[in-house]
Every structure is written in structure tokens, then in C-alpha cells.
Design a protein around this ligand. Structure first.
Ligand code: URA
Length: 360
């Protein structure tokens, strides 16, 4: 039986922080199987026990796993004290549950961001020793040579220690810039940008192509889809999670604005067609087997950006502004914005596998 402490359930259901949950319990507002519980540390299993707070039932949520194509200029946290756009809005229409990002991407990094309400799943994928691979396409300022690339491969000395060996491939040069494909197995804060800064090759554009083999191929920026049972099975084989492979929830009604998987022609720079993939390329949606796409409002695109990781912002050939500035923002130039406070599952120990019945 998967028992957990009562206050943890209350906190995970969003009733209160753990500390405040203790006060709620002590005040006699919580019933377990009809009996008021006032002592702390009682173990419960929401699948077996009936848990009520002020008469409202707390239930376990079914696990949900999605991949979002995070656009640049969006925080990968659920909250931003500065009020910048966050993935919360993009994930708001995940109908089955409230999900949280698995780790983070910088404000100006685009690409694959997994989200789930399964804390164990997130924790396993973020575990430093289990090494879920993360592949990026990176544009750096300067023309990298084989010896520079070799340094990145062997490990770059950062202030928090040397990076683990990585896979790096030069894709092409664009003037005095270099496009690379990089695969790392760590998830340190701003790792790629710091590797660039430390070695004199400032990162101008960064997009995550895959995380643990999951890609956002065919998903326009700002859109999400459920992970398929095949994808989850593959992840389970490699990382031992999720405990139970679930099929994506069925949509209640046919999605009105379903996004058909595009057969977008890859940009000159985007190496996406050759990405290692967990799942075969998706076919056009049909009947019940259709992939479930979602994603809130269309994301404002920089008109100068041909492709999220391919085009670069055309500001004039000689201008050396940071390429990854968000378009038309009031943010300062030349600085990469970090993700700020409050992370997703794993980043903050958030667990969200409970909810008040009738509420999301
Ligand atoms: N490395 C970075 O520097 N930023 C990201 O968003 C991801 C990896």
C-alpha cells in the first residue's frame, strides 16, 4: 500500500503548505474514513482511505505525462514573481490533471519540456546519476574548431565542477558563428550557456531537441501533447519510471483546434529529421489513435525567426547582440535570463498527484 503522511497529501492537493496543513489537521478540519484526525504523521492511502478537508474529498490524480514545445521568452516555472509569461498558461488546458515541468529551461531556451503530476517520474529523470540524455542545438558566437569541441566533449571546468563528458558535433558555420549539436547527461543550472561563456564561445541560441529520447517534433512552439504508451514504455525500460505505463487520456470531445502533425521541411540548420527518436514518426491523426495535441493560445512568434532553432534573428550582419533575446521585450540586452524562482516537480519537490475532488 502506498501510504504517505496526511499533511503531504494535503500539501500535494494544493490545500496548504505542509506546515499550514499541520495546523489544519490540528484544528480538526480533516477526516479520514469519517473520523476526525488531529494527530500529525498519520499515514494514509488516498486510493483506500476517504480523506476530507472541511468536507471536501481529496482524491489521487491519475498520472499524466506531456511534452511541451516551450517557446523562447517563456518561464519554465509555474509562477513568475515578475509576471512574465510562464508555461502555466501553456499547460493550463492539459485537461486530465495539473502538471508541473520536469526540470527547467532558461527563459530564452526553447524546445522539449516534459511535464507531469508524477513526482517519482520527474525525480528519476532528473536524478544526476541516472543521466537522462538531453540533446540541444546550440548556436555560439565564434568559429569553433575541433580542439574547442574536444574540450566540450571531455568536460569544461565550471565554478561548480567539471562537466561530465558530452557528445558534440559541429553542424555548420554561419558567418563567424557555429551551430552545434550537443548531448549532455547533467542538468546543472545554465550548464550549456556557462560552458560557452567559460570557453569563449558565447551561446546565442539554445533549443532542446530531446529529453530522455522524447522530442517535440511536429509540435509548434507553445503546444503540448501527451506522451504515448510506447514512449512511456521506453522510458520505463531505461529509467524505471513510470511505475505503471498509462495510455494518454481520451479527449472528451474531438479537439476543436487540433494541430495536425506537420511535415515541416526542416530548416537549413535544424537537424531534426535525423534526431534519435523513441517513437516512430507520427502519422496523421485518425480516430481514437490520434495523438492528443493541446496547447493554449498560439504563441507570438518573432517575425524575423524562420524557425525556432534555425533561423536566427536577422538584425543586420554585423550586429552582435545576443541572439536569444526575447523578441520585442523590455528585458535588458546582452544578458541571458534565468528561470527564476519556483520550479517544477523535482526542482522544488512539488508533488501534484492529489486534488480536491471536482477541482483541477
Ligand atoms: N543549459 C542552459 O544553459 N540552459 C538551458 O535552458 C538548458 C541547458
Amino acid at each position: 500500500m502506498a501510504s504517505v503522511r496526511l499533511q503531504k497529501v494535503l500539501a500535494a492537493a494544493g490545500i496548504a503548505s505542509r506546515r499550514a496543513a499541520e495546523a489544519i489537521i490540528a484544528a480538526g478540519r480533516v477526516r479520514v474514513d469519517g473520523r476526525i484526525v488531529t494527530e500529525q504523521g498519520v499515514q494514509v492511502d488516498a486510493r483506500v482511505n476517504r480523506i476530507e478537508v472541511d468536507g471536501q474529498r481529496i482524491v489521487r490524480q491519475s498520472p499524466v505525462y506531456v511534452v511541451l514545445h516551450k517557446p523562447r521568452g517563456v518561464m519554465s516555472t509555474m509562477r513568475d514573481p515578475e509576471g512574465r509569461p510562464s508555461v502555466r498558461e501553456l499547460l493550463a488546458d492539459v485537461s486530465a490533471a495539473r502538471v508541473y515541468p520536469v526540470g527547467r529551461l532558461d527563459f530564452n531556451t526553447s524546445g522539449v519540456l516534459l511535464a507531469t503530476n508524477d513526482g517519482d517520474f520527474a525525480e528519476a529523470l532528473l536524478h544526476p546519476r541516472r543521466s537522462a540524455p538531453k540533446s540541444y542545438v546550440v548556436k555560439v558566437n565564434g568559429m569553433m574548431q575541433e580542439r574547442d569541441v574536444e574540450l566540450w566533449r571531455r568536460g569544461v571546468e565550471l565554478e561548480d565542477g567539471r562537466t561530465l563528458p558530452s557528445k558534440v558535433k559541429i553542424l555548420r558555420y554561419e558567418g563567424d558563428k557555429t551551430w552545434l549539436e550537443l548531448t549532455i547527461t547533467e542538468g546543472r543550472n545554465q550548464q550549456v550557456r556557462r560552458m560557452g561563456d567559460t570557453t569563449g564561445f558565447r551561446v546565442m541560441r539554445l533549443a532542446r531537441l530531446s529529453f530522455a529520447g522524447i522530442t517535440a517534433e511536429g509540435l509548434p512552439p507553445g503546444r503540448w501533447r501527451y506522451l504515448s504508451a510506447d514512449e512511456l514504455t521506453t522510458i520505463k525500460g531505461q529509467f524505471g519510471v513510470p511505475k505503471r505505463v498509462v495510455s494518454p487520456p481520451r479527449p472528451k470531445e474531438p479537439p476543436k483546434a487540433a494541430v495536425a502533425p506537420t511535415t515541416r521541411r526542416p530548416s537549413r540548420h535544424a537537424p531534426s529529421a535525423k534526431r534519435a527518436r523513441v517513437t516512430p514518426r507520427r502519422e496523421a491523426p485518425s480516430g481514437d489513435l490520434q495523438p492528443r495535441y493541446g496547447g493554449g493560445s498560439p504563441v507570438r512568434r518573432d517575425p524575423d525567426t524562420r524557425d525556432d532553432w534555425g533561423g536566427g534573428i536577422r538584425r543586420g550582419a554585423s550586429e552582435t547582440v545576443r541572439d536569444d533575446e526575447p523578441p520585442r521585450s523590455s528585458l535588458g540586452r546582452g544578458r541571458s535570463r534565468t528561470t527564476g524562482t519556483g520550479g517544477g516537480i523535482g526542482a522544488s519537490g512539488h508533488e501534484a498527484s492529489y486534488r480536491v475532488k471536482g477541482r483541477r
